[in-house]
Design a protein around this ligand. Structure first.
Ligand SMILES: C[S@@+](CC[C@H](N)C(=O)[O-])C[C@H]1O[C@@H](n2cnc3c(N)ncnc32)[C@H](O)[C@@H]1O
Length: 350
């Protein structure tokens, strides 16, 4: 069973994985976390969270993070490290990323790193992420990619499986993109990031790495000239592994139409109407936040400020509610008034 092989491998790697410098660098972690907007009210899920490296980093930007993983030793490690580091807004649970026992639309964002190449049906994971986020929810995904060239890809997979028998298959960027498209996710941002790490550290972290070292060395002598997404070079510092990470921000874009009810939280329904939101104060506030955030995503902006200006300009949103919300955009009332009236020399008090 593939699940047994996963649990065996990641019980072996439960301590070493999270402490490897390769897993916490700006390229492997920083670039991914940049895709998560700061929002103290947002609830996120980290799929196949491993020792919780990504979960803890996301927790610094949002209200809460739930991490799920198939391997009990990883969940224990994630809990231990969150406790040691005093990160309180994370919780971890066992779960299968291809079929999670969680409600639809229950998170503002779902994130996953380095999981898809371990899972025989990676499209199911992306479908689960699309199901779990609310309309306009954010889905940052990153994984190592395969070369399109078949020789390079087959050669690399042999090395990967010798080193880690739970490795299933890397996908090309086209294959990864298609998984989002099929479930209606919109690709908002995409990067292919070159990564260079210590090859021997990488080899030894895998449960098969030491035993297969001679065979791997033989395979390395036959490195195809077409290998781009996985190749090994040698310099004074030792053997270096060059990989490419696909990093994408997918969005669960569902059209917001005037007059339609939006489900923001389970018990938080608002009507988006011409001329402004209706409902309780809390619902109106939620509508402003929601609209600002959605329009920010749609316009490839993350801070939402411009969208907030637009809402104030085009809708009769309650001034008091808008004012109360300004600090979350790093603004005060004078800055908003100035932005809405660019001709005036100063904002004054609205
Ligand atoms: C390479 S680790 C990545 C851990 C973490 N995402 C990170 O980047 O720090 C892969 C993780 O995927 C988990 N995994 C593999 N198949 C899974 C599945 N079907 N459901 C949940 N977790 C799974 C493994 O247990 C392991 O912890």
């Amino acid at each position: 069973m593939y699940e047994d092989s996963i649990r065996e491998e990641f019980t072996h790697q439960s301590r070493s994985f999270g402490t490897s410098p390769a897993m916490t660098s700006a390229e492997t972690l920083g670039a991914l976390i940049e895709l998560v907007p700061e929002d103290a009210g947002a609830d996120w899920i980290d799929i196949a969270c491993g020792p919780g490296v990504v979960s803890r980093a996301v927790a610094g930007k949002v209200g809460s993070v739930k991490g799920v993983d198939l391997t009990p030793a990883m969940i224990e490690e994630a809990e231990r490290r969150a406790c040691d580091e005093g990160v309180e807004n994370v919780a971890f649970a066992l779960g299968d990323a291809t079929a999670l026992d969680l409600d639809d639309d229950s998170f503002d964002g779902a994130i996953t790193r380095l999981s898809l190449h371990h899972i025989p049906a990676p499209g199911r994971v992306v479908a689960e992420m699309a199901r779990l986020v609310r309309p306009e929810g954010l889905i940052p995904v990153s994984d190592i990619v395969a070369d399109r060239d078949r020789d390079a890809s087959a050669w690399r997979e042999e090395i990967e499986r010798l080193r880690d028998p739970s490795h299933w298959a890397c996908q090309t960027p086209e294959g990864l993109r298609a998984m989002g498209e099929v479930v209606g996710l919109v690709l908002d941002e995409e990067q292919l990031i070159p990564i260079e790490i210590d090859f021997d550290d990488w080899l030894e972290r895998g449960s098969g790495g030491s035993a297969a070292a001679d065979l791997v060395a033989q395979l390395l002598r036959g490195q195809p000239a077409t290998a781009e997404s996985f190749s090994v070079s040698e310099n004074a510092g030792g053997r270096r592994l060059h990989q490419r990470y696909w990093l994408a921000l997918l969005v669960a874009r569902r059209e917001i139409q005037e007059g339609t009810a939006l489900r923001l939280r389970d018990d938080d329904l608002i009507q988006s109407t011409p001329g402004g939101a209706v409902g309780t104060e809390a619902q109106q506030m939620a509508a402003i936040v929601h609209l600002a955030r959605n329009q920010a995503v749609g316009a490839h902006r993350r801070d939402g400020r411009q969208a907030l200006f637009e809402i104030c300009r085009t809708q009769r949103a309650d001034d008091r509610l808008v004012g109360a919300h300004l600090p979350s955009f790093g603004m005060d009332r004078a800055a908003l008034v100035l932005a809405l009236n660019p001709g005036s020399s100063q904002g004054g008090d609205a």
